[in-house]
Design a protein around this ligand. Structure first.
Ligand code: HEM
Length: 481
């Protein structure tokens, strides 16, 4: 049996060597070198490169014209098979095209601005806890790993707005956070390791056994929380029916409408829009897609604020102007006034797009950049390389400069030249959620602390991963204002 397996693996590797030497360039290197090798591959080809993985054709690009043709093409809205390693094939991120189309149409309305703004009080309460944690850590040592506190905060936010449960009240909160993070790491590793694509290889690994174990624990825990919430919603519905006349409809609007509530309501409609599995998979998907991404964005932002004190002063001055007192309330209107902070966040996501690469699959034969691409081919797009193109961003493309997003400079820029949240109909559904929550987190951080570091931008090294991870910790010094 083992001999047979080894023979098959050798044969597969031989196919890859003959038909796609680029993959082998990734083996035998450390994570930092692998990241560099992948970015180098995209940079070496100005428009489009083609290679093969066994029978499947793979096309890669970091050119805005080509990316636009792929992401806006209705025949390229499918996700390749490896997205299904998340185990959430009935949720938006990994769903097959037809299921995705039905779900996205319904879920778009769950991410409208009115609903997102109703989450501000939840975001604020999570931020207050983050500041408490940071105060303790800042008193305990010279530097703080800002990513630890940011990811705890974003996980609390997504749990709070998706399932409506305060995870900080759970006695085993730290354990839950650890499990979710570890599971995400295992899924990432499988997506990025070619020989683990084959189920029959993966099943023999330690990762598989750990994946199964963690998945069972996480799903049990999440199901428990969702069931608790379901009961609360139905008892509230009974109460609403009884007390409707006394309360009127206004109280309903002031309350944040968390996602699970909306998903459950969708499934109650006559045509049964979402199955039970779809509800669960979408709740987990939102938690998975919204946690690490937003936390990394805040952690990268803090590093840039600490590295460039004059930019930090400018962001802070604007903040003081909009929120003169420590406890000035955060409202949708005053969030919109933070124009420089928005330029700063956009620049952070340009140089550090936390989702550096994405993939799509053609469901029919398509024509891309004048070439016929057969059905089933996989497109890989590098946002990291796109965001550093000198023909879009000028000779200083590698320099951190929020002025890149000044309205005078953005005029006439290619619509697919800046895509931290991807583009086309299958872009990030949570992009407005992310921008609001990141702003609220930065307001709290900067109101309380001045950030500094000895690091320089040239010191930043990234690891080959699904999200843009630094090769070292996000350490900053915090001084109370
Ligand atoms: C800075 C933070 C974020 C970034 C940079 C980001 C980026 C992205 C990108 C690039 C995609 C496309 C992925 C692909 O095609 O493979 C995506 C999809 C998605 N994101 Fe985000 N995201 C962020 C935050 C969030 C948040 C906060 C949520 C939810 C609360 C969220 C929910 C989703 C979902 C559900 C999808 C799948 C959409 C679909 O296929 O229709 N994201 N995100």
């Amino acid at each position: 049996m083992w001999l047979f397996l080894v023979a098959v693996i050798v044969l597969l590797l031989a196919i890859i060597v003959v038909r796609g030497g680029e993959y082998l360039a990734l083996y035998g290197r450390n994570d930092i070198e692998r990241f560099g090798a992948v970015v180098g591959l995209f940079r070496n080809f100005d428009r489009l490169f083609r290679t093969r993985f066994g029978p499947i054709e793979i096309l890669g690009s970091c050119h805005p014209d080509v990316i636009q043709q792929v992401l806006s093409n209705v025949d390229c809205l499918e996700k390749p098979f490896f997205y299904r390693f998340t185990g959430l094939e009935n949720g938006l991120l990994s769903a097959k095209h037809q299921l995705w189309k039905k779900q996205r149409k319904t879920l778009n309305s769950s991410f409208n601005l009115k609903i997102l703004y109703s989450f501000i009080p939840i975001f604020e309460s999570c931020c207050r806890k983050m500041i408490e944690d940071l105060n303790e850590l800042a008193a305990a040592g010279p530097t703080v790993n800002i990513m630890n506190c940011a990811s705890k905060c974003t996980l609390e936010m997504v749990f709070g707005t998706t399932i409506g449960i305060d995870v900080t009240n759970q006695s085993n909160e730290k354990e839950i956070l650890g499990y979710v993070e570890r599971l995400f790491n295992l899924v990432s590793r499988r997506m990025l390791t070619l020989h683990l694509y084959f189920d029959w290889v993966y099943r023999f690994t330690k990762d598989y056994r750990e994946d199964r174990k963690l998945r069972t624990i996480c799903i049990e825990k999440a199901n428990e929380l969702i069931d608790e919430q379901k009961k609360r919603i139905s008892s509230r519905k009974d109460c609403n029916r009884n007390c409707c006349d006394e309360l009127g409809s206004e109280s309903h609007y002031r309350k944040p409408r968390i996602f699970i509530e909306q998903l459950l309501e969708e499934s109650n409609e006559e045509e049964e829009k979402f199955s039970v599995e779809e509800i669960y998979h979408n709740a987990y998907t939102i938690i998975l897609a919204g946690n690490d991404t937003s936390a990394l964005s805040v952690a990268h932002s803090c590093l840039f604020l600490a590295m460039y004190p004059h930019i930090q002063d400018k962001v802070y001055a604007e903040l003081r102007n909009v929120y003169p007192c420590e406890d000035s309330p955060i409202t949708p209107d005053n969030l919109k006034q933070l124009e420089y902070m928005e330029m700063f966040i956009k620049e952070t996501l340009r140089l550090c797009p936390v989702v550096p690469n994405i993939a799509r699959q053609a469901v029919n034969d398509v024509w891309i950049d004048g070439k016929r691409v057969p059905k089933g081919s996989i497109f890989v797009v590098s946002f990291y390389a796109l965001h550093r193109r000198k023909d879009i961003w000028g000779p200083d493309a590698y320099q951190f400069d929020p002025e890149n997003f000044h309205p005078d400079r953005t005029k006439g820029r290619h619509p697919y030249g800046y895509l931290p949240f991807s583009g086309g109909p299958r872009n990030c559904i949570g992009w407005r959620y992310a921008m609001i929550s990141i702003k609220v987190m930065l307001i709290y951080l900067l109101r309380t602390f001045k950030l500094s570091t000895d690091l320089r931008q040239t010191d930043l090294r990234y690891r080959f991963d699904l999200t843009l991870k630094l090769a070292f910790e996000h350490l900053v010094r915090l001084e109370r204002r």
